[in-house]
Write a protein that binds this ligand. Structure first.
Ligand code: NAI
Length: 470
């Protein structure tokens, strides 16, 4: 979908067609708004084209390699061979199907898509530069959904051949023998698993003393130890400060807090040290839209910016920079623009890391709940005691449920293990709607499933576990 005919005026202009922008555009059109959606790239934004979807495609594909090797414990032997260019073609096919689907949904809802770059000229006008020229577009309301881009480490220029950002790392032309990953966050770890499964020797350099520092240590420790079993090496407390080419690749230099310098060799590097909001391409100032000290667009609970009829959703509007948060904000903004009733706030935002095993979290950890003044009761259930997990050969990790003592109201949940990304949905519903431990325990969970572990963790918190090991 390269573009529809651009009108001179519209009810709603949405800038950015990622999961924040396109969802807002479709919803607003469903609610009767006249919508123009503009993006300089393909529909679907970073998530569909260069982020969540291609990374999950590569993670599932390479997970098959792991599964085959792991099947030896089940008496199954095979010797997987990966054809990288076919793998990348398959991944691109998945992306194309999804972006094509978004195009159909937009057309079906009556959203007009224009490929191009939109920037505000004033509070009610935008300039759209596209392949066939430049046009001015008047709008009544606008939504800024311009997303984020990777942060560069000083000296590590993404324009230099050996320095990859995640987008490039998701379309490898060959498999490096050695890869240096800078940053042990979401992207660094997910892609470390992809490359390690393809046979690359991966070293991850992280300036903090922990892997996945934003997550509870008990969860990240399970992933770190599984990563080490995959021969992923970690250099913690090491800040990447420079690099040079050598005859056979690159050498990355790190500095520890005490000033000690070390060198790490690789064929190339992946820099994944966080993302920053894209606020400099839209002419926010021309529309009177203010940003916060941290560089995000300033918004209220309905995603309204400092200019009342201009909204901002997704990564550009603040953390967490997660696609599902962006889409939900898109729904809130569309409802506000169409004067439709909507939820008063976003509610809890689950976070998932697609490592092996996965992490899924929502709401408060035990420590966070205590810090917020709650008296808590906590239940856990290890997958080692789950029949389904054992039968799947994936028994590492656990489910933990955090509840308010007395009332049993669920405050949060953490899962590390197989299917954590799915199990967190039940816990998110529970936190969002003030369900209690009793509510979960009183609900039959199908047997044998991973989801029984959530019920067992709730039972454990109530001191009524049947299968909880001592
Ligand atoms: P991140 O914020 O998760 O991790 C970056 C890491 O780099 C941090 O641990 C930081 O201490 C480290 N670092 C910074 N400078 C460094 C240096 N010079 N040397 C060594 N280490 C350094 O950022 P990441 O992985 O780039 O991901 C960006 C965002 O993308 C995430 O915050 C997340 O919102 C989103 N994302 C979400 C995914 C999911 O939902 N599964 C998957 C991938 C990305």
């Amino acid at each position: 979908m390269s573009g529809d005919t651009l009108p001179t005026a519209t009810g709603l202009l949405v800038i950015g067609a990622g999961p924040g922008g396109y969802v807002a555009a479709i919803r607003a059109a469903q609610l009767g708004e006249d919508v123009v959606l503009v993006d300089e790239d393909a529909l679907g934004g970073t998530c569909l084209n260069h982020g969540c979807i291609p990374s999950k495609a590569l993670l599932s594909a390479t997970g098959r390699v792991d599964d085959v090797l792991d099947a030896e414990q089940m008496g199954i032997y095979a010797d997987p061979f990966v054809n990288v260019s076919e793998l990348v073609d398959w991944k691109d096919g998945v992306v194309d199907r999804l972006t094509g689907g978004v195009g159909q949904l937009c057309r079906g809802a009556g959203v007009r898509f224009q490929r191009g770059t939109a920037s505000f000229v004033d509070e009610h006008t935008a300039r759209v530069e596209h392949d066939d020229g430049t046009a001015e577009l008047e709008f009544e309301n606008a939504i800024v959904a311009t997303g984020s881009r990777p942060i560069e480490v000083p000296g590590f220029d993404f324009g230099d051949e050996p320095v990859m950002d995640s987008r490039r790392a998701l379309s490898p032309s060959d498999i490096p023998d050695r890869l240096v990953v800078i940053g042990a966050g979401y992207i660094g770890l997910e892609l470390a698993f992809v490359y390690a499964r393809l046979g690359t020797a991966v070293v991850v350099l992280e300036m903090l003393d922990e892997v996945l520092a934003g997550f509870d240590h008990e969860l990240s420790a399970v992933v770190a130890s599984a990563a080490r079993e995959h021969d992923i090496e970690f250099a913690l407390g090491e800040r990447a400060v420079g690099w040079q080419t050598t005859g056979r690749g690159v050498v990355v230099e790190t500095e520890a807090e005490d000033g000690t310098r070390s060198e790490w060799r690789g064929d190339r590097m992946l820099v994944a040290v966080g993302r920053e909001p894209v606020t400099d391409t839209v002419g926010l100032g021309e529309a009177g839209v203010a940003t916060t000290e941290r560089g995000f667009v300033e918004v209220d609970e309905q995603c309204r910016t400092t200019t009342e009829h201009v909204y901002a959703v997704g990564d550009v509007a603040g953390e967490p920079m997660l696609a599902h948060k962006a889409s939900h904000e898109g729904l809130l903004a569309a409802a506000a623009i169409a004067d439709e009733p909507a939820a008063a706030d976003l509610g809890p935002v689950p976070a998932v890391v697609f490592t092996e095993p996965e992490i899924g979290t929502v709401g408060l950890t035990p420590a966070e709940a205590t810090d917020e003044g709650h008296e808590t009761t906590v239940g856990t259930f290890p997958f080692q005691a789950s029949g389904r997990a054992l039968a799947a050969g994936k028994s590492e990790g656990f489910v933990r449920v955090v509840a308010e003592a007395g009332s049993g109201r669920i405050l949060g949940g953490q899962v590390v293990g197989a299917e954590a990304s799915e199990l967190v949905a039940e816990l998110t519903l529970a936190v969002r709607h003030d369900h209690t431990l009793e509510d979960i325990l009183d609900t039959i969970h199908a047997h044998p499933t991973f989801s029984e572990a959530v019920m067992e963790a709730a039972a454990d918190a109530l001191g009524r576990g049947i299968h909880t090991p001592d």
